[in-house]
Design a protein around this ligand. Structure first.
Ligand code: SAM
Ligand code: GLN
Length: 284
């Protein structure tokens, strides 16, 4: 006799929470294993699992218990309403970053008189920022870069699957895009200080690429480099949008106000009320 769906979810959730892991993953795993969406799963909670489903569910629960992210088991994460393939070579795109894209689109709409703009995403990872921007602003010419060849392979597959035309470049920060000038540059660079890793979930530290997460100099290393490099590649008017750590607002604002003395630099909070992005509007 197999278990009922709700019994298996309940058991797996409590195992996960006893290890301080995200217990919601049990429900998501069940959706994956039974191939049912949230609502229909809810309606079938008292049904019995098939033998195959039960075996798969517990095999994957064992993986979750090692800290493996549910997105690595189901193979994708949703971002801005679209599916993005993820694996251990890319950061799993976060909801905070959707807010970066949303604000960048809103500000760009006001700032530019034409739809024909050139946008670059530095450190694209899964391609989430570049691909979402292109889908929402189809007239834009979009480039995306990463230092990691492996990440770019994933981003390229995501662009294809989402039917977004993007030019990808491998290289260090602005190096691959410095022959051109840009209307919009967006980036979610690594910004966590290495010292913070001890307090972080092992789902993140052990399974997401460390070169996507950590940055020296209290997490400010990449903002310092970008503040130095970006003045040479921005048009007037133009927009820079950066995701930041919630305690980095003042420091990053200062860096960009110095690099662009005439610009309007603004810190914007995320849905949780935390400083999460910086926008730098460069005018005549
Ligand atoms: N943009 C994606 C997102 O928001 O989900 C990924 C962001 S992840 C925090 C940072 C990305 O920057 C990683 O994909 C990493 O490989 C890339 N990266 C790290 N150092 C870099 C460098 N020097 N030049 C370009 N990209 C870099
Ligand atoms: N927000 C991510 C996290 O909490 C970090 C993203 C980044 O370093 N840019 O793991």
């Amino acid at each position: 006799m197999t278990e009922r769906i709700y019994e298996a979810i309940k058991k797996a959730s409590s195992l996960l929470s006893s290890k301080d892991l995200d217990e919601n993953a049990a429900q998501l795993l069940m959706e994956f294993v039974t191939n049912k969406s949230g609502a229909s799963l809810l309606a079938d909670m008292r049904e019995y699992l098939t033998k195959t489903q039960q075996t798969a569910f517990w095999k994957h629960t064992e993986e979750l218990l090692t800290g493996k992210p549910i997105q690595h088991i189901i193979g994708y994460e949703m971002f801005y309403g679209r599916q993005f393939e993820v694996n251990g070579n890319v950061l799993i795109p976060r909801p905070e970053t959707e807010e970066l894209v949303e604000n960048a689109l809103k500000i760009s709409m006001k700032l530019f008189e034409t739809k024909d703009i050139h946008m670059a995403d530095i450190g694209t990872g899964s391609g989430a920022i570049a691909i979402s921007f292109k889908k929402e602003w189809p007239e834009a010419t979009v480039a995306a870069t990463d230092i990691s060849e492996e990440a770019l392979k994933v981003a390229e597959r995501n662009a294809k699957k989402n039917e977004a035309e993007i030019t990808f470049y491998q290289g260090n920060l602005t190096e691959p895009i410095k022959q051109q000038k840009w209307d919009v540059v967006l980036s979610n660079p690594p910004y966590i200080a290495p010292e913070e890793s001890v307090a972080m979930s092992k789902t993140v530290v052990d399974f997401e690429p460390n070169h996507a997460l950590f940055a020296e100099e209290d997490g400010l290393y990449f903002y310092k480099k970008l503040a130095k490099e970006l003045p040479r590649v921005m048009k007037t008017p133009s927009l820079i949008g950066l995701e930041i750590g919630y305690q980095q607002g003042t420091a990053v604002r200062e860096l960009f106000q110095k690099a662009f003395p005439e610009a309007q630099v603004e810190i914007i909070q995320d849905i949780n009320g935390k400083d999460r992005m910086i926008f730098c509007e460069i005018h005549e």
